[in-house]
Design a protein around this ligand. Structure first.
Ligand code: GLU
Length: 486
């Protein structure tokens, strides 16, 4: 891979809540591209929608990115040579650009009221013309505009879109041509002085020296306006790569009704960041070959823009679960245990005291069942065997209880373990063998009976792992309870 330290990309979220997986995938592609090229990954906060943006949401974005391991090089907490990195702190910069456009006659004040604009729009539609701005304020001389502003009027500022068409050069979609009359003279600064997204983004991308704009292709229709503005302001236009959207399993745009959609929802359901990263990387991107499991470094090694597809990706929730299970199985057991704790606490299975005092035993318990987890949230279901009352026998357990030897097996075992507080695995094995000898029960009649006697179920962790982790007192209670059910 050729190193290109000049590569500068950015992730530019609007702080309106936790990061949606679609945006997280955009952040990931930017990150992978930057890291693979030895470039710079900038984080810019686009908070010009003053009503919807909150400082609290900004924090959520930082948390989500950090959790995913998408560390930025410039922006909040990092500084950088091209700040500030929050749009509401850049109004002076935008104003300067606007003055330049006004001075050069590339933009003009528009005093039209909402009602006037609406009436003109309706008129145009009635006459079968595209509902573009009618240019009413274009010819107002600058001095007159200034006078009206001094007198208290609050105009918007419109960009004079005078080119017939614009070609967007996109690394994923190729050249896409847009006729300018699809939008006409558009507003760049609202009457309240706040620049619109399409305007601020251009100034920021240019002044932050962004070389590649990688973002969702829902922004492709915005790009011709941005290209016009780059030109008008005398800036170099960056290269664009619009990443296809993510669809739900029914092939409609991924949304809440398909299930989890925010990074935070996946985190709290018990998905691991490594699994999320691996899974998201494969949404509209694929490396050469058939392999599907890659850690971040392996992704960085393999990532190239030319392997990003132009077609939408379907978010396969089952595949994500499968992948998450793979990561859960290969992760450090203490990490998995620590992640399971909040779920176990919420299920009332462990107390904070137990967790502090019995961490080692708890980790062994988790180790005995974690191969079953698809998400960490599955922990209480599989840890139930250690912490909950034994369930009423189901059909399979009932069959074991009905075997002629089961009562003798459980009673003999109870007697043999009576003096112990804990059963080390060898002692447990000896006891089980002794029970076999004394009662004549073998195989299923012996081991299934013990299993059902101590867990109430025919399935669960290996008894060699399970038994040494349970206080004998508890096992005895359970065996007695089971005997009552025979
Ligand atoms: N703030 C925009 C968004 O969140 C950024 C779009 C862009 O990357 O240009 O959609």
């Amino acid at each position: 891979m050729t190193q290109n330290t000049a590569v500068r990309v950015r992730f530019a979220p609007s702080p309106t809540g936790h990061i949606h997986v679609g945006n997280a995938r955009t952040a990931l592609f930017n990150y992978l591209f930057a890291r693979s090229m030895g470039g710079t990954f900038v984080l810019r906060i686009e908070d010009t929608d003053l009503e919807r943006s909150t400082v609290a949401s900004e924090q959520l974005i930082y948390e989500d990115l950090k959790w995913l391991g998408l560390n930025w090089d410039e922006g909040e907490g990092k500084g950088g040579a091209y700040g500030p990195y929050r749009q509401t702190e850049r109004f002076d910069i935008y104003n300067e650009a606007t003055d330049k456009l006004l001075r050069e006659g590339k933009a003009y004040h528009c005093f039209c009221t909402k009602e006037e604009l609406e009436a003109a729009r309706e008129q145009a539609l009635k006459e079968g013309r595209p509902p573009l701005y009618n240019g009413k304020c274009k010819s107002i001389p600058r001095e007159e505009a200034e006078r009206r502003i001094e007198a208290g009027e609050k105009p918007a500022i419109r960009f004079h879109a005078d080119k017939p068409n614009v070609v967007v050069r996109d690394l994923i979609h190729g050249d896409v041509e847009f006729p300018t009359n699809a939008f006409g003279d558009f507003i760049i600064v609202r009457p309240d002085g706040v620049p619109v997204y399409n305007y601020a983004v251009v100034i920021d991308d240019a002044l932050m020296k962004i070389t590649h704009v990688l973002r969702g292709d829902d922004h492709l229709p915005n790009t011709p306006k941005q290209v016009l503005l780059f030109d008008a302001l005398g800036y170099t236009t960056p290269l664009f790569a619009h990443i296809p959207m993510i669809l739900g399993p029914d092939r409609s745009k991924l949304s809440k009704r398909h299930g989890n959609t925010s990074v935070e929802q996946f985190r709290s359901a018990g998905y691991l960041p490594e699994a999320m990263i691996n899974f998201m990387a494969l949404l509209s991107w694929s490396p050469e070959g058939e392999d599907e499991l890659f850690n971040m470094n392996e992704l960085i090694d393999r990532f190239t823009l030319d392997r990003v597809s132009s077609s939408a990706a379907v978010f396969d929730f089952d595949k994500l679960k499968w992948m998450n299970g793979m990561y859960i199985r290969s992760a450090d057991i203490n990490t998995i245990t620590a992640l399971a704790v909040p779920h176990l606490m919420a299920a009332g299975q462990v107390t904070p005291e137990f967790v502090t005092g019995e961490m080692e035993r708890l980790a062994k318990m988790v180790a005995s069942v974690r191969d079953n987890f698809e998400v960490i949230g599955d922990a209480p279901k599989y840890m139930s065997v250690y912490f909950d009352e034994i369930p009423e026998p189901d059909e399979e357990s009932r069959e074991i209880l009905d075997l002629p030897t089961t009562r003798a097996v459980l009673e003999t075992f109870l007697k043999l373990i009576d003096d112990y507080h804990w059963l080390a695995v060898d002692i447990y094995k000896d006891c089980a063998k002794q029970v076999g000898k004394d009662t004549g029960a073998k195989g299923k009649a012996l081991y299934m009976a013990l299993r059902v006697g101590m867990t109430g179920k025919t399935k669960g962790p290996e008894l060699d792992l399970f038994v040494p982790l349970m206080p004998v007192e508890k096992l005895k209670e359970r065996l007695k309870r089971t005997l009552e059910r025979i």
